[in-house]
Design a protein around this ligand. Structure first.
Ligand SMILES: [Zn+2]
Length: 79
């Protein structure tokens, strides 16, 4: 048996709990960002008229439904 003092036991317990909380936070933040990325994957903003529209065709240069200009697929900037 490994002799462990009460101080070390409390220290180990706090370290494990902090690691669990930190790990849960990292995983939930990663999942949140992934969900957000997937939700806005097909949303585009027209460079001419600034209309935001959804294009699920996967075309390289989707056409704006309002002004008809061709747009590149840039990710929308975050607020
Ligand atoms: Zn447009």
């Amino acid at each position: 048996m490994i002799p462990v003092t009460l101080d070390w036991l409390i220290f180990i317990y706090l370290g494990v709990m902090l690691a669990l909380v930190f790990g849960t936070w990292i995983v939930s933040e990663y999942r949140h960002q992934r969900r957000e990325r997937l939700a806005f994957r097909d949303v585009l903003r027209c460079g001419i008229c600034a209309l935001q529209f959804e294009d699920k065709t996967g075309a390289l240069l989707p056409r704006c439904p309002q002004c008809g200009s061709l747009n590149e697929r840039f990710p929308l900037s975050r607020l």
